[in-house]
Structure formats: C-alpha cells, structure tokens
Write a protein that binds this ligand. Structure first.
Ligand SMILES: Cc1cc2nc3c(=O)[nH]c(=O)nc-3n(C[C@H](O)[C@H](O)[C@H](O)COP(=O)(O)OP(=O)(O)OC[C@H]3O[C@@H](n4cnc5c(N)ncnc54)[C@H](O)[C@@H]3O)c2cc1C
Length: 310
C-alpha cells in the first residue's frame, strides 16, 4: 500500500502537523510527502528528515485549491491513500479531489483503526463514529493534534515533479496575514484562553501578557469573539480551532459544549473562574476560584518573581 501526504507549510517552514500526519499513516504503507507551493526548499528538507518517509515530491509554484486538486489528481493514480491535515488547505482541497474521483472522503479522523477503518468525532465531539470504507482509494483528512509526531533522522530523497499541465481557473489577488508574536493556536503546547468575562479588547491584553510569559498561544470563546474582544482566528471550539496543548488555561470561560468540542485534546486544564459550579471548573485538573482581574496580575507577578519570562 502507498500513501501520499500533502504537507502543510508556511513562509518556508514545515508545519508541525505534517510530522504528526506522517506518524499516523506510517502503518498504512510506504509514505511519500508532497510539498506544493512557493518557498518550499527548506520545508522539503525538513520533510525528508521525518522517519518513515520514502520520498519527498516537490512542486514549486503558486497553487490555489483548484490547481492543487489538479496536481493531486495526476498523482493519485499511484497511491492507495491521499492524506492531508484537517486544516484550511486540507479542508479545501480533499473534498474537491474526492468529487473529481467520485470517492467519499473521510474527514477529521482522530484514530486509524485499520487499513480501511477510521474513527472521527461527530456531534461536536460528543460521540465517536467508526467509518469502514471499502472504496478502492481512501482520501483522508486527519486531525493532526490527535497524533504524536514522527521522529526525525531520516534522509529521504527529494524529487521535483513536472507541473506543466497544471492550471487554475482562480487567480490569487492578494493575501493578508495576521501578525502575531504568539505561537500558532493549533499546534501550541500552552494555550491561554479568555471568555466573555474578560470584558473588552483591552482586557484581552491581560490574557496576552500572561500568554507571552508562558510562550503560549491565545484563544478565545465565541462569545468573546462575537463581542469584538478577540479576533476571529482566536476562536476555539466547534466552529473555531481544535487545540490539543499540554496545558490549557481557561480564564472566565464557562465551558459550553461548543467550546469543549475544541479542547478535548488538552492534556491538563486550569480553569480560573468566579463560579465554582461552571462546567469547565468541574472538568479542570486545577481550578482557581476568583476574579480574573485579581488572579491574572498576581499570576504574572509570581511568574516574574521566578524569572519565567519570554
Ligand atoms: C452553533 C454554535 C456554535 C458555537 N461554537 C462555539 C465555538 O466554537 N467556541 C465557543 O467558545 N463557543 C461556541 N458557541 C457558543 C457557546 O455556546 C457559548 O455561548 C460560549 O462558549 C460561551 O462563552 P464564554 O464561556 O466566554 O461565556 P459565558 O458562558 O457567559 O461564561 C462566562 C464565564 O465567566 C465567568 N466569570 C464572570 N466574571 C468573571 C471574572 N471576573 N473572573 C473570572 N470568571 C468570571 C462566569 O462565571 C462564567 O463561567 C457556539 C454556539 C452555537 C449555538
């Protein structure tokens, strides 16, 4: 069996999600990685070091969803599995490829139970579904945070592929990126999340200060995002990002089901809340009952004392 993994990369850096996907699919067969896009020399080099990778294919150029789907469809004939992370690129490209090949994609996979059995959460993570697929090929998106990363130390060959027949009906006019000093939410080891109780965008600066001390990413509830206290891309939950940090510090967050759907992979949860009956307080490994506007400055002062600064 052979597997093609579509790598995620940005600004010349391979996403940590790709190492997790490679580890997850290693038992399915021989794994090749496809790196498509601009500025891919360094990420291709990183991909070649991942244990279990047989070959890294590179396609240099600007790809949007339809051209990436076209590129993948020319390669798919060689593979039994085509796998991407369930991030923005994978969610955009894999369903297009599935439609083209008349296959059913299996999305948001959190466990691979066998060559054609995959587990995925449904109902906002309140139930797990096992999908058995008897299709000739499998198109999968994987929730990278559910898997461990592959080790490094490999030196797989890197091979440029011909993209001359690939075209696109779409044209990229401009892209705008959010500038952030904090790590990426989806892969951060520590996340500090704020809820509606933070009260304002200025209040979120307090959350950001704590996050900076801990080298953590900042998350928010939908209520805080809807109120305009935090940007859209900080939203964690069913309709936001899925996170799986080692530590999640939830500040002024009640723990609605839709928020919990995004934090099920968190290994340890600390809740800071005035309400001892809040669902997230009950779920947390450690709960600090108190007013966030008193607790957070104290916490920052204590971190300063022990010299835990960025
Ligand atoms: C279809 C759908 C999708 C949704 N998707 C998402 C999603 O992806 N992500 C998401 O987060 N939500 C989502 N929601 C919204 C979700 O249902 C909740 O409304 C939201 O998560 C609540 O946010 P919150 O915890 O900030 O606010 P609240 O539920 O109002 O909780 C505020 C908490 O702050 C505490 N508090 C108050 N003052 C203080 C203080 N001074 N110090 C400390 N604690 C204090 C309170 O005790 C309370 O527990 C979705 C809803 C729907 C219907």
């Amino acid at each position: 069996m052979s597997v093609l993994v579509l790598a995620d990369h940005d600004q010349g850096v391979l996403s940590p999600a790709t190492a997790r996907i490679v580890h997850a699919v290693a038992e399915l067969g021989t794994v090749d990685i496809l790196l498509a896009g601009e500025n891919i020399a360094a990420p291709a080099q990183s991909a070649s070091t991942l244990a279990g990778v047989a070959k890294v294919l590179t396609a240099e150029g600007l790809f949007v969803a339809d051209s990436l789907e076209m590129l993948l469809s020319t390669l798919t004939v060689r593979y039994h599995y085509v796998v991407a992370s369930a991030g923005s690129v994978g969610k955009d490209v894999l369903p297009r490829l599935a439609a083209k090949l008349d296959l059913m994609p299996v999305t948001d996979v959190t466990a691979i139970l066998g060559p054609n059995r995959f587990e995925r959460p449904i109902y906002a993570g309140n139930a797990l579904q096992t999908v058995a697929s008897n299709q000739p090929k499998h198109l999968l998106t994987l929730r990278a945070s559910a898997f461990r990363a592959a080790a490094t130390g490999n030196a797989a060959p890197i091979e440029a592929i011909d993209t001359s027949g690939v075209s696109s009906a779409a044209k990229l006019i401009a892209s705008h990126r959010t500038q952030s000093e904090t790590p990426d939410l989806a892969t951060a080891q520590i996340v500090v999340g704020g809820g509606i109780a933070v009260g304002s965008a200025e209040g979120f600066q307090l959350i950001e200060s704590l996050a900076k001390k801990l080298n953590a990413a900042v998350g928010a509830t939908r209520a805080a995002v809807d109120a305009g206290y935090a940007p859209n891309d900080w939203q964690v939950g069913q309709t936001g990002k899925i996170i799986a940090p080692d530590l999640y510090i939830a500040i002024g967050i009640s723990g609605a089901l839709q928020h919990l759907a995004g934090i099920q992979g968190a290994k340890k949860i600390v809740a800071i809340n005035t309400d001892p009956e809040a669902p997230l307080v009950k779920l947390a490994d450690i709960a600090l009952i108190g007013d966030l506007f008193q607790v957070i400055p104290q916490l920052i002062a204590e971190l300063d004392k022990i010299g835990l600064k960025r």
